[in-house]
Design a protein around this ligand. Structure first.
Ligand code: TXA
Ligand code: MG
Length: 323
């Protein structure tokens, strides 16, 4: 057990967070997608601490976060497509998997021994300030125990990791609410490894071609987000519910209420107006709240598969998967 500090979003909090990271500590920090559990990516023991705190299978590669595209260029090699994507969407909710640069300092452990590296320049001002002050790539998966719902505020982080990490930098609620979109740019073929905060349509419009899917298992490691059961609340999750069964809690989307809503023990709406951006921002915190209500099952209204709906439905399917 260690004492976990809650650091405030000011100069003193940032200085403390950066000092902890530079000293090999574990610091959770806000990004525009979800809170990340950060460690100095160049420091293998510090990175090992992430896997221990999260109880995460150690073969998964982690995303390394940087303050700028400039800093990212010394870690990875950007072909024409990767460069266009970085210029268009960074800082922002996009992760690029690119070949390692000769000057790459990200530890083997953070890359899970691969000759590629996952890089992201987050848009959150506190994340940016922290990365500038730390001056090193910061490896950061979502700041939750492995397989649990991702955290979108500091209380969620402490609920999972209090006593296991050195500090959490409290920056309020995350704006986007789902993790970054992961695109690999290896061998000249851009592939969507995980849908996320940047919609597929925006990426395809920019590069003028369709994104391939993830390669077959075996040719590259599976993302943890690809594990069948992931982002899982304690309750069962039932998708595309047009009506509610007795005792079910309801996760709604849009203006229409499902039949049986009057009897639901608890109900929350991702977005009454049917706005997918608002829905993504509420997804994980609403799942946590409905889970905490004690209902055995959370019934979820249908969510359209366009824009951020692809990432929302991806997370919901994993939350609903057999475990
Ligand atoms: O929004 C986000 O991306 C958040 C915030 C904190 O930035 N981070 C996040 O990290 O979701 P994590 O560790 O949960 O997801 C990392 C993903 C994994 O699916 C991993 O397989 C993939 O990135 N990844 C990283 N490096 C890779 C590589 N070299 N090859 C293939 N996949 C890679
Ligand atoms: Mg995660």
């Amino acid at each position: 057990m260690r004492q976990t500090m809650r650091l405030t979003a000011d100069a003193a909090g940032l200085a403390e967070a950066a000092a902890l990271l530079r000293g090999g500590g574990l610091v959770a920090f806000p990004t525009e997608t979800v809170y990340g559990l950060g460690a100095d990516a160049t420091h293998a023991e510090a990175v090992a601490g992430i896997y221990t705190a999260k109880e995460r299978p150690s073969f998964n590669p982690l995303i390394s976060h940087l303050a700028s595209f400039e800093a990212a260029r010394s870690q990875g090699m950007f072909d024409a497509t990767a460069t266009r994507l970085a210029e268009a969407f960074w800082p922002g909710p996009l992760t690029l998997v690119v070949p390692v640069a000769p000057t790459c300092t990200v530890s083997d452990l953070a890359r899970a021994g691969l000759d590629s590296v996952g890089l992201r320049v987050p848009a959150h001002p506190l994340a940016h300030a922290l990365l500038e002050r730390t001056g090193r790539p910061v490896a950061a998966p979502s700041a939750n125990r492995s397989g649990r719902v991702s955290p979108t505020d500091a209380d969620h982080v402490l609920g999972d990791l209090d006593g296991r990490i050195d500090a959490v930098l409290d920056g309020g609620a995350s704006r986007v609410g789902v993790e970054s979109t992961i695109v690999s740019c290896l061998g000249g073929v851009p592939r969507l490894l995980r849908p996320g905060g940047v919609p597929r349509e925006a990426i395809e419009a920019l590069i003028g071609r369709r994104l391939e899917g993830a390669p077959e298992a075996g040719s590259s490691p599976l993302a943890p987000g690809m594990l069948a059961s992931h982002y899982a609340p304690r309750a069962q999750v039932r998708l595309n519910a047009e009506s509610l069964l007795p005792g079910e809690a309801a996760l709604l989307f849009g203006p229409d209420a499902p039949r049986g809503i009057e009897a639901a023990p608890s109900a929350l709406n991702l977005s009454k107006s049917g706005d997918l951006v608002e829905a993504a921002a509420h997804l994980f915190s609403h799942l946590r709240q409905l889970d905490a209500s004690g209902a055995g099952t959370i019934a979820v209204s249908p969510v359209p598969e366009t824009g951020l709906g692809e990432a929302i439905n991806d997370r919901l399917r994993r939350a609903a998967a057999e475990r």
